[in-house]
Design a protein around this ligand. Sequence first.
Ligand code: NAD
Length: 496
Amino acid sequence: MPTHAKLRVFSLGEVEVPVGIFINNEWVEASSSETFSTTNPATGEKSLDFAHASKEDVDKAVKAARKAFKTTWGNNIQATKRAAVLFKLADLMERDTERLAALESITTGKGIRMVRTTELADSIACLRYYAGLADKLHGQTITSFGKEKFVYTVHQPIGVCGQIIPWNDPIMMWAWKVAPALAAGCTLVLKPSELTPLTALLMCDLAKEAGIPAGVLNTLPGFGSTTGDAIARHMNIDKVAFTGSVVTGRRISIAAAESNLKKVNLELGGKSPILVFDSADVEEAANWTALAIWFNSGQYCCAGSRVYIQEGVYEKFITALKQRAEACAIGQPHDEKTSFGPLICETQRDKVLNYIVSGKEAGARVVTGGEKWPQSNGGFWIEPTILADTTPDMRVVKEEIFGPVIVAAPFSTEEQAVELANDTTYGLAAAVFTNDTRQVARVTSALDAGTVWCNQYAFVHPSVPFGGFKQSGTGPELGTYGMEAYMQVKAVHQNL
Ligand code: NAD
């Protein structure tokens, strides 16, 4: 199949986009003629056909990545030179902002302004952060052995890494994975989600233009159970870094263990709680909670999808949140005003609708929403939805819905609030709304979550670690931790 195709994109008109496999800085023919297609979430129409990378293609990509690791990247190039490539890539993304934002928006259904100002801007910031960090992580000198000897440690890049990413923030997930790994000196075989492969493929041409040597960044579209599994099981990949669901994370861990026991990093799902205490500013808490659940139509890992409200302000808060739900700027992705787009695909839309039905059947009160957006036409919108008076045993409370549905329940004491918040197998994020600073200290320390926001929500920054407790993951991304995850430490003993 051809490696490029034409796509009609909003005001850009017809644009040529990559749909093939990128190995060794070239668009190459896939080893099989198998393809898969993507769907436009706002229309329900077929969008593009992509090459489906096979096990053989994964093997070719790994060989290219290994060669680059041994010759042009890793320890063969100064960290400042790796940094220069990342800085250039960030500049190129900035230069191409309008094109990238339009393509990301048509791929995911997100409002174009949201893509430009949040996801794309954050991705560029992530590349610049790791470009700056590339030459700043050093080892130690250990001198506690008297005159006998000293020991020094060096950080070395792990080697060839497989990276498998989800569909919900394709460009940001790409940046969170690729930037720290390249800064550390690893070479990559990356598989984007089969629902949104375009973004990662677009980045290949930009990376080449930024001067990345051949074989350093290889990108293979394909399904999880085939291309993804081949990456997770490959005997010559040293580490696999994954973002996605708990179910897939478990499969990848097993595949890694059954093959060469490669290192594994997992960033998984969430069911993040928000606690609103009587002393909180209810209007402000409702503003943040609306952002927490309806940003990206609830399709992000740390969405605040459970809200527990102290009895004194329960109904007042629910009324305030309902007003925010009904004021959401639902609309088409190309519309600058849109902040609330469709869900990614029909399956996801139907899964979310089924959750709403299960909540209603279990006795939850539908405060607002609960249906398809009436102007959806063929697209996959669901209205911003609040299910109130929920109980801990309901599926809508226990399971990650990954859609625009928040469940709400009252609590009476601080102890009860913490117990409800921690009553989950997840531990990605949480938030506390209160005006009592001592309560902030007590509650943030008691919550089982990798990120806790106080009187705000959803702030992430490349310099701040982000990762899950419990079944939400195995270790943070971002910050210095994010780059250390792509390095291994060697201790060198020097006899005197
Ligand atoms: P998913 O697990 O279905 O798929 C993620 C990726 O894994 C895709 O590229 C898919 O093709 C691949 N995959 C599927 N089966 C595989 C297998 N057997 N072997 C190897 N790869 C396989 O997840 P999704 O639906 O794309 O994304 C949504 C999930 O991602 C949610 O649970 C969300 O919370 C989570 N997520 C977590 C974070 C985080 O930072 N913690 C960020 C974004 C999304």
